[in-house]
Design a protein around this ligand. Structure first.
Ligand code: HEM
Ligand code: HEM
Length: 195
């Protein structure tokens, strides 16, 4: 098991963080979009609590992932990849990381500004209130920001996934394979795709 990444492939820690966050985001987005449509009755509260705890878990995973990344290597882009694409991919990844923090933080901010109930992470840890109490001015701003930043995350992630598929099926390089679970990447830094 290669925990750390090298020049040719992602290590299992980076893969774990990537795919765990993708799966949890899909669950989280579905719950978020459905729960706000439900009639406001007491039986929806557990869904809101679940959404908040799962959202804070995604925030924690994003933090741990960035920490791990700081000490990990980063596979090289394919040799044949033009510079604008390398820069575009990097900008996309920076944006994805930014949104991965901004979406849960605005959810937390909205919850704090509403101050309906104390916020608990899985009934275990009492989380601080970011606004120190109800804040009627901030509440609608945080609520709208949570939705719009989520939509931005969904759009950038869709473009990112499409780019991964283009790498695999059109450019036929190792970019997707080296992020998939298992040791599928057999070639050295994408020699196949070099001219
Ligand atoms: C990456 C993590 C998260 C994602 C992807 C996410 C996604 C969403 C989505 C799609 C909605 C529906 C928005 C709408 O239709 O107005 C929503 C609503 C909501 N989220 Fe999140 N959320 C995340 C994290 C959090 C966190 C950490 C909290 C609080 C601690 C939170 C609190 C809420 C609340 C209270 C609502 C209901 C807003 C309303 O009543 O209009 N979310 N979330
Ligand atoms: C919500 C969904 C997603 C998010 C937030 C996300 C986020 C990210 C981020 C931040 C990176 C950069 C990793 C780093 O440099 O530390 C990355 C890399 C990558 N992602 Fe995603 N991703 C998502 C979905 C997907 C999907 C669905 C696919 C495949 C179809 C995919 C394929 C890849 C690949 C192949 C890489 C490695 C790129 C390279 O080697 O430079 N991602 N992802």
């Amino acid at each position: 098991m290669h925990l750390k990444s090298d020049d040719a492939r992602w290590g299992s820690m980076a893969k774990f963080f990537h795919w765990a966050v993708v799966i949890l985001l899909l669950v989280q987005a579905t719950i978020g979009l459905v729960m706000v449509q439900l009639p406001k009755r007491p039986n929806v509260i557990p869904w809101f609590n679940f959404h908040k705890s799962l959202g804070l878990t995604i925030l924690l995973l994003a933090l741990l992932r960035l920490l791990w990344r700081a000490f990990d290597r980063h596979p090289l882009p394919p040799l044949a990849m033009p510079r604008w694409q390398v820069l575009g991919a990097r900008a996309g990844h920076v944006l994805l990381y930014g949104l991965l923090f901004a979406v849960p933080l605005t959810g937390w901010l909205f919850d704090s500004a509403s101050s309906l109930r104390p916020l608990f992470w899985w009934d275990l840890v009492k989380m601080p209130n970011l606004t120190g109490g109800p804040d009627a001015d901030l509440k609608p701003i945080a609520q709208a920001a949570h939705l719009w930043l989520f939509l931005a995350l969904a759009a950038v992630a869709a473009g990112h996934a499409a780019a991964a598929l283009v790498h695999h099926f059109v450019q036929r390089d190792d970019v997707l394979r080296r992020m998939l679970p298992g040791r599928r990447s057999l070639s050295t830094p994408n020699q196949e795709s070099s001219p």
